[in-house]
Design a protein around this ligand. Structure first.
Ligand code: SAM
Ligand code: DTB
Ligand code: SF4
Length: 355
């Protein structure tokens, strides 16, 4: 059965009363997801867009801004990550940022139109005293009227509860790839550790943000395996970030074969079909992607982006470029008639998400 326990606050859009395609049924086998990935691209896009419009307003893209509040020096060895201490990537270890500095960044993100603010820390697992400090950050950011998200590594259940009490709305913790490929990417922790943290987050009543990375040398079956893991979580995540690997020199995965853009679009589409009520976020890798591929990702059902000039330590399209893209595509309420385009671009104020 499809998950009905998803706690997304958005109501299904009533304008499009099409029957949900049979493919939107779960639980999902890897074979069923692989079959979706293998569909002719136009059929897959059509199906994904159809599912999308049954559950979400068209043209609503959530803008989420990231801030690395504790950068570098991480003891884990995730093969994709520029912040792992053992890789020579030029990222220097820093200490946790102070509250006022974080509040300034969050206010700037809000002023630019973001509705969610995600704080990332390069920890394997926070200590209880770290949780206390991050709780202060969460309270301050929430006080600005932003949705809060944090990604701090593995959590114990009492730590998840403390973050919930501090006002945390979402916790990001990615499964990254299929279980069978995970040990090729990271050896300092196990897949089950990730699942345990997700359970602690869910039990504390925090919404789950969980996705993965495409382009780490994985086979198509591993992409299907990742989506199966995500879609079969009970309930599936409220947010699903799909990252295209940012190949950072010095990381073990720096020389990975770049992912075919259409294969990336397929993963977005299949995430949308299998997790209809989730915010599917077109995440890392947009700087390398080009506007046309991003537009295809929106067509495939992506309805969230990271918005701001930086991800955690690597680059992201700058805000002006993103506003122009939203205007050109007529997203987030922007209109794009030829007579109005210049004026809109001059005065564009992103309007954030409806969710
Ligand atoms: N340390 C915490 C953790 O691992 O959960 C939080 C931060 S970590 C940087 C958050 C996520 O960013 C990772 O799980 C991974 O999916 C994504 N990520 C990290 N480096 C990336 C890269 N080079 N390209 C794409 N995604 C990346
Ligand atoms: C997620 O799935 N992607 C974001 C966020 N969650 C924390 C991180 C992307 C990191 C890209 C590489 C970097 O800048 O460190
Ligand atoms: Fe550390 Fe997270 Fe980077 Fe892994 S992804 S090395 S846990 S910061």
């Amino acid at each position: 059965m499809p998950s009905t326990a998803n706690t997304s606050t958005s109501q299904p859009l009533q304008l499009h009363r099409r029957v949900v395609p049979a493919a939107a049924q779960g639980p999902w086998t890897v074979d069923a997801i692989q079959a979706l990935l293998d569909k002719p691209l136009m059929d897959l896009l059509f199906e994904a867009q159809t599912v999308h419009r049954q559950h979400w307003p068209a043209g609503d893209i959530e803008l989420a801004t990231l801030l690395s509040v504790k950068t570098g020096g991480c003891p884990e060895n995730c093969g994709y990550c520029p912040q792992a201490a053992e890789f020579d990537t030029g990222v220097k270890a820093e200490k946790l940022m102070e509250v006022d500095e974080v509040v300034r960044a969050a206010q700037a993100a809000k002023d630019a139109g973001a509705t969610r603010f995600c704080m990332g820390a390069a920890w394997r697992a926070p200590k209880d005293r770290d949780i206390e400090k991050v709780s202060a950050l969460i309270g301050a950011v929430k006080g600005l009227g932003l949705q809060t998200c944090a990604t701090l590594g593995m959590l114990e259940s009492h730590q998840a509860q403390a973050l919930k009490d501090a006002g945390l709305d979402y916790y990001n913790h990615n499964l990254d790839t299929a279980p069978e490929y995970y040990t090729d990417v990271v050896s300092t922790r196990a897949y089950q550790d990730r699942l345990d943290t997700l359970q602690h987050v869910r039990s504390a009543g925090i919404s789950v943000c969980c996705g993965g990375i495409v382009g780490m040398g994985e086979a198509p079956v591993h992409r299907a395996g990742l989506i199966a893991q995500l879609a079969n979580l009970q309930p599936y995540p409220e947010s699903v970030p799909i990252n295209s690997l940012v190949r950072v020199p010095g990381t073990p995965l720096a020389d990975s074969e770049p992912v075919d853009p259409f294969d990336f679009v397929r993963v977005i589409a299949v995430a949308r079909i299998t997790m209809p009520k989730a915010r599917v976020r077109l995440s890392a890798g947009r700087q390398q992607m080009g506007e046309a591929v991003q537009a295809l990702c929106f067509m495939a059902g992506a309805n969230s982006i990271f918005y701001g000039d930086k991800l955690l330590v690597t680059g992201n399209p700058d805000v002006d470029a993103d506003v122009q893209l939203l205007v050109k595509l007529g997203l987030n309420g922007h209109r794009t008639t030829t007579t109005e385009t210049d004026d809109l671009q001059a005065h564009a104020q992103p309007q954030g998400a409806c969710a």
